[in-house]
Design a protein around this ligand. Sequence first.
Ligand SMILES: [Zn+2]
Length: 611
Amino acid sequence: MNKYFFLTLSLISISITAQNNIYWQQHVDYTMDIEMNVENYQFDGKQKLVYTNNSPDDLNEVFYHLQFNAFQPGSEMDMRLQNIVDPDGRMVNNLGNKENPIYESRIAILKPNEIGFQKILSLKQNGKPVKYEIIGTILKVTLNAPVLAGKKATFEMEFKGQVPVQIRRSGRNNKEGVALSMAQWYPKMAEYDREGWHANEYIAREFYGVWGDFDVTIHIDKNYTIGGTGYLQNPQEVGHGYEDSSKKVKTPKGEKLIWHFKAPNVHDFTWAADNQYVHDIKYVPNGPIMHFLYKNKPKTIENWKKMEDEAVKTMTFYSNYIGEYPYKQYSIIQGGDGGMEYGMCTLINGDGGYSSIVGTMKHEMAHSWFQFILATNETKHSWMDEGFTSYISTIARQKMNTKTDDTFVFERTYKTYNYLVTLGKEEPLTTQADRFNTNMAFSIGSYVKGQIFLSQLGYIIGEKNLEKTIKKYFSDFKFKHPGPNDIKRTAEKVSGIQLDWYLNEWVETIHTIDYTVTSVNEKEISLGRIGQMPMPIDLKVTYTDGTTENFYIPLQMMLGKKPGSEKVLAYWPWGNPNYTFTASKSVKKVEIDTSLLMADIDRANNIFEIN
Ligand SMILES: [Zn+2]
C-alpha cells in the first residue's frame, strides 16, 4: 500500500515522516566537464554530483555504475556471452557456420586500446577523499560520514574513460561508421529506492537511474556534430545546425568546440558525435523540436528525409494516446547497433531500408514514455518497458493507417508467444532481465508476452477502459518509477474489476490459457477450462435459425464485469473447470473469443459446430 504524492517536475524533496510507506525518491544533480580526444577515443572527465537522500534511511555507502568496464576481456558481460546458448549475434563472431555455430566473444578479443574503461582518478565526499572499491562495473563508495535521511552530499570525481570498439549499444565506429555512440559512458549513481540499492552489474541489458538535472560540457574536435540528451546552451558558439542562422556564429579559437548542454529532470545523459552528420530540424505542432542527425550518404539521406514527417506525426500520436511528451526536444540520431532508447533521444541504425528505419523509430520513440518518463525499473520489470512500448507502437501502426490490410493487428505477437510456449522455454516475467536462461526467453517474454499483457487486458476490462488505463497510468506515475502493481491498480480503478489474479497468473507464473467448447446439446452449451490460467469468456453463439447472440461469462475473481452489449451470464468460479448454460434457441455453432485477444494456446478447440 503506497500513497503517491504529487511531485513537481523539479522533485522537491519530501519531508520524511515515520511512516515508511510514504513515497519518496532520490535526487541527483550532475555537473560534468568532458575533454574528448577523437584520435585515441579517450576522454578526461570531471564530475560534481550533488546527491539528495530523500529516503528515510541514513546511507553509509553509495554505488556508481561504471558500465564501460563491461567491455573488457574477462568481464561478467564477457563471461555471460561465452556461456549463454544463444548469444546476441552483434556481440559474437561465428567461426563455424549457421548449422554448427562456434561463437567467439567479441569482448574476449579486444586489445587494450580497444576496450572500454572508466578509471577513477580521485573521489571526494564533501571535499574530503573517500574510500572506494571497483567491483566489475560497480564502484562501491564507503562514505566518510553517512548521508543522513533528508540531507545532501557532494561528490567530486576525476575520471578517465576509453570508448570501446562498438560491441553493444555504445562504442566507437559502429557498423555504419558513426564515430562515437556515447551511452552508459559516465560514472552514474545507482538508484536507491524502497527496495534498497539497485547496483546491478552491467551484463547485457536494461537500466534504472536516479532523476536529476544534468549540466554537461563537452570539448570535442570542431568538425564533429553532437546530438543527444539536453538543450544546447550556447548554439551561437557551436553552429552545426543548432544556431540561429540570422545571427553570427562565434566559435572559440583552437581545434575544439565547447558544447554546453543542460537536461532538467532526466535519469540519464546520452550523446553521439560524428564528423559527417547531416543535421535536420523539424517542429512538432504544439510539441517539441526534433533533431535528426545521420550520415551523409545518398541512400541514408533519402530515407531519413522521408522518415522525418512520419516521426513528427508519431510524436503527436503518442502525446495524444499516452500523455503529453514533457520535454522541449527529441533527437533521432544514427548510431549504436540497432535501436536503443535514451533521454530525449534515440540512437538507431540508419543505413537499412525505409520500413526498418520507420519501425525502429516508432518503437524507440514510444520508449520515451515508458523507459524514460515513467522509468520503471526495467532490470526487474523489462516486460513493462519493452512490452508496453511494443504494444503502443503496434497500436500506432494500426491507428496511423500505416497498416492497410484488415488482419488481426497482434497476429504475429500471439503466434510468437505460442511458439515460446510450445518450445517449453518460457520463464516467468518476474525474472531479472539478465538472468533469463536464454536471450530468446527474455526477448519473447519482455517484448511479446509483455505486449499481450496490455492487449489481453483490453479483452478483460474492455478496449475503452484500456485506453483510459494507459492515460491514467502515465499521468499518475510519470517521473515516479512505477512497478507492476501500479498498472494493475490503475486498471482496477478505471474498470472496477479486481485484477490481482491477472497480474499473478500472467506475470508471476508460466500458466497458460486453454478453453474449450466441451459439448453442445440442443440449447445446452458446456465449456471447459483446460489451461491453468483462468479468464473471462466472450462467446459467440450461432443458432440453427441463422441468428447469432453474444454472451459474456465474467470470471468470479473479477468481482465485476466489463462494459458491453453481450448477454451477461453467471460468474465462472476458478475452482470449477466446467461451465454449462442454456441458450434460448437450438444451437448450431459456438465460438470462444472471436476477438482473438485472449492468448488461448489451442484455438482449435475454441469452435464447436454441429453439422
Ligand atoms: Zn525496445
